[in-house]
Design a protein around this ligand. Structure first.
Ligand SMILES: *Cc1c(COP(=O)(O)O)cnc(C)c1O
Length: 372
């Protein structure tokens, strides 16, 4: 079955009790048992499982082509569950431009907890290979990267992980399963912030980890989920699932418009650099063309004139909203360095765009006027 059909039908079924075409939201925290203590309907208590969460997990697992999924209350909680499935003393390799929340989790929470970490340039597989230690247990890949849209070769990095006896986990938030298929490229785990494209409407915070096989590692992640309870509410699961049927169509529009905006910016005299893997000049273009169906809806650009000029452009736009996050219907613009704080590696003249579902001509006109 094609992914467009899966997105509409996986775990979306007509409610047998009422015939409702969209699923009901099950707010009950507790579920009745039989006289003998059994629970043939499968539910006991909603930290452990809940019909809305189960539907979301089944849908995400089907979309990625995995064996099982665990949904969390945020993308970051999902990321944490992967690190918590490791043991103190284990070594993790992560990108030196990982999502700043992921880098912060490793530095501020998991290094004190006992994980060893190496941050490397994942566009250079040789750097990944050289960072491998005897106790390397996980290589974390995030591609395209944030905010420079660097492209890491998932197949090559999975290979390095497996040679080292480690797992490869891929943060697939930006590409989504519509544009990038990490399991087909060898990854063992896929992580999502459903907050972004999967939810798609900037109205739900959530995350998930999907596993290629339902083995010991996934069971440890499941334990983190049900024992710790950093789970999304039934309504949040419902919202995330509500976003998914339109995901394939949205990703096509996001990508087509982003390419038009990137092409416009690349030709503008006030722009010093455009970072978008759909442009032929982009250093990761070739790998992106191979590993992504389309180059996606995120891009960033650097203006001539430094930080002040970047702020000036962001101040003038009218259709773009100045806000962090991504993946919604509305286009967003963000001065990423000030969001990331003093330890940022992001250039001060850089603006990041999440291209929404507006007409690209209007977005281009807005940027043209702001750039002057
Ligand atoms: C937003 C994001 C996260 C974190 O998700 P939250 O829901 O904000 O915790 C992780 N990785 C990437 C690539 C993201 O864009």
């Amino acid at each position: 079955m094609k992914i467009e059909t899966l997105a509409v039908h996986a775990a979306h079924s007509v409610d047998p009790a009422t015939g409702a075409v969209t699923p009901p939201i099950h707010l009950s925290t507790t579920f009745a048992r039989e006289a003998d203590g059994t629970y043939p309907l499968g539910y006991i208590y909603s930290r452990t499982s809940n019909p809305n969460r189960e539907a979301l997990e089944q849908c995400l697992s089907a979309l990625e082509g995995g064996a099982a999924a665990a949904a969390f209350s945020s993308g970051s909680a999902a990321t944490m569950s992967v690190f918590q499935a490791l043991a103190p003393g284990d070594h993790v390799i992560a990108p030196n431009d990982a999502y700043h929340g992921t880098a912060r989790l490793l530095r501020e929470t998991f290094v004190p907890w006992g994980l060893q970490t190496s941050f490397v340039d994942m566009t250079e597989p040789i750097q990944v290979k050289q960072a491998v230690r005897a106790n390397t247990k996980l290589i974390w890949v995030e591609t395209p990267s944030n905010p420079l849209l660097k492209i890491a070769d998932i197949a090559r990095i999975s290979e390095i992980a497996h040679e080292a006896g480690a797992l490869c986990a891929c943060d697939n938030t930006w590409a989504t399963p519509i544009l990038q298929r990490p399991f087909e490229l060898g990854a063992d785990l896929v992580m999502h912030a459903t907050t972004k494209y999967l939810g798609g409407h900037s109205d739900v915070l959530g995350g998930a980890v999907i596993a290629r096989t339902d083995g010991e590692v996934f069971q440890r992640i499941r334990k983190v989920q049900v024992n710790g309870g950093a789970v999304p509410s039934p309504f949040e699961c419902w919202l995330a699932l509500r976003g998914i049927p339109t995901l394939p169509a949205r990703m096509r529009v996001h990508s087509e418009s982003a390419l038009k905006v990137a092409t416009f910016l690349a030709g503008h005299p006030g722009v010093a650099a455009v970072h978008y893997p759909g442009l032929k000049e982009h250093p990761g273009h070739e790998i992106a063309a191979r590993q992504m169906g389309l180059p996606g809806g995120m891009l960033s650009f650097q203006v001539k004139g430094g930080r002040e000029r970047a702020f000036g452009v962001a101040a003038k736009v009218r259709i773009f909203t100045r806000a962090t996050s991504l993946g919604g219907a509305e286009s967003l613009i963000e001065h990423r360095a000030s969001m990331e704080g003093p330890h940022t590696r992001t250039p001060e003249d850089l603006l990041r765009l999440s291209i929404g579902l507006e007409h690209p001509d209007d977005l281009i006109e807005d940027l043209a006027e702001a750039l002057g």
